[in-house]
Design a protein around this ligand. Sequence first.
Ligand code: SF4
Length: 165
Amino acid sequence: MRTIIANLHSRKPSLACPFFVPTERADDLALPHPARLPLGAAWRGRCAAPGHEQAIPDNKELEGCNLGYAKSCSRLPEHRKCDAVRLGVVKESRTLISLQLIFESGYRPAGQELLEYDRGTGQPPIPHRLGMDRSSPYPEPSVQRQAECFLQTYLERRGPDRANP
Ligand code: SF4
């Protein structure tokens, strides 16, 4: 099994808002360095912040959704578990891809989670924890969806030849 660190330790903050539920690619959005965006590309989607569920961020707001630390966003709850989510591939084999999620609050680590993607089933990545139901997605749908979108762009970028080393 190879160990890969992708996107987790870049020098610039590279994180998505924890309340962002990405739904479709937004390659037309003018965000800097698309390949280095937290979710691997720019995405459109909806907001899942309490009281604003189903709100559709406009193009300007999507910058905060995609890049996190959206302190100027009026929908960002005052009390929140974290400000942003950083995603990265930490291990990869012929059968599995391990994604690490690091939650940040005030630019400091505020928790982490490991999700595993089974190449054989092709099902969405699920948390990897002892004693946990191995069929359950991550409990926060926005974070689960971010992991799925990150993985999608990661696999696209690696291409079919390199996806199964
Ligand atoms: S940046 Fe604002 S609009 Fe976008 S997901 Fe976060 S709270 Fe919602």
